[in-house]
Design a protein around this ligand. Structure first.
Ligand code: DGY
Length: 330
């Protein structure tokens, strides 16, 4: 019996590839970054499954080029790269990789918070460039983390994991999300505030929301000006949630104390971007989920979701359950 064809659009870990072997006839894009568009569309011509990276736009054009496609399995929890309604319309399952990357991403967000507050990256560069002449009372003084207020924007699994980490640092936890979560307020010791109030009261603001049309540019000039002059903004969600030009001005002109960023409007961020000139902005190359455990699990999860759909079963991490009404009809 012939195996269903699949295209794996990024070099996922062996942990995922071994699940696919013998179950699908698949080709893997082995190089860094997104596969070039034309070749990708050609590769998808006969594919029933597509395992995609967050850097590949899965839009009407791609879906039209893949008439046999049954599933787009994203190797990421976020799926803003996928036109989900367009997939649903064609009866195609869309899946993601939640849960397995929650601890790693929250750990990284907290690492960024600590590094930004205590100027860790800047201090490392200071020492290595030979500027350290003596211990001094004002040398590389930063912001106190313990006992401060953390405002979490987006209270899904990663936002909640961030709250648990903050409690260990005796922080007051504030949160804002589209849906208030009273059941979590007591267990996590978190207080709900409307976004404006959260921005005014927080010493650190950490973003954990999905990128949607509602959250694009959620943090712009108006919001940055509401924050305390001593506050730090942390973003490990998606770059476009923040108006990056406004953030540059906020950090350069010290409307806020600084920022820690793992994500950018354009990735990789161009090296001549003015944000990269600011010492009070800590920047990382989108490595939120990059722990060995999380990445192996993401590979397994994305492969399992793909295979389930190819077998005609409901994948575990289906993001468009409404497709179930239309599967098989088109
Ligand atoms: C995601 O999963 O959405 C991250 O951005 C990459 O792990």
């Amino acid at each position: 019996m012939s195996l269903p064809k699949a295209y794996v659009g990024l070099p996922i870990q062996e942990a995922g590839l071994e699940l696919l072997r013998g179950k699908a006839d698949f080709e893997v894009w082995e190089k860094e970054g997104a596969p070039p568009r034309e070749g990708l569309l050609r590769g998808l011509k006969d594919a029933e499954g597509f395992l995609s990276g967050l850097f590949t736009r899965v839009d009407e054009e791609l879906l039209d080029a893949a008439p046999k496609l049954k599933v787009v399995s994203n190797y990421a929890v976020g799926y803003d790269n996928i036109d989900v309604p367009a997939a649903t319309k064609r009866g195609i399952y869309v899946t993601n990789t939640p849960d397995v990357l929650t601890p790693a991403t929250a750990d990284l967000a907290f690492a960024l918070l600590l590094a930004s507050a205590r100027r860790v990256i800047e201090a490392n560069a200071f020492l290595r460039s030979g500027q350290w002449k003596a211990w001094g009372p004002e040398l590389l003084v930063g912001v106190e983390v313990s006992g401060s207020a953390l405002g979490i924007v987006g209270f899904g699994k990663i936002g909640q994991a961030m709250a648990r980490r903050a409690r260990g640092f005796d922080m007051d936890v504030l949160y804002f999300s589209a849906t208030r979560r009273p059941e979590l307020e007591q267990s996590l010791g978190a207080k709900y505030l409307p976004l404006d109030e959260l921005l005014k009261e927080s010493d650190f603001v950490s973003l954990h929301c999905n990128l949607t049309e509602q959250t694009r540019n959620l943090i712009g000039e108006k919001e940055l000006r509401m924050m305390k002059k001593t506050a730090v903004l942390i973003n490990t969600s998606r770059g476009p949630v923040v108006d990056q030009a406004a953030l540059y001005r906020a950090c350069a002109e010290r409307w806020i104390w600084g920022a820690g960023l793992d994500v950018f409007v354009q990735e990789p961020i161009p090296l001549d971007d003015p944000l990269l000139t600011l010492p009070n902005v800590t920047t990382l190359p989108h490595i939120g989920s990059a722990s060995r455990t999380a990445r192996d699990d993401m590979a397994r999860k994305s492969a399992s979701n793909l295979l389930a759909a190819l077998r005609g079963e409901r994948p575990h991490d289906l993001v468009n359950p409404e497709v179930l009404g239309s599967v098989g009809k088109c």
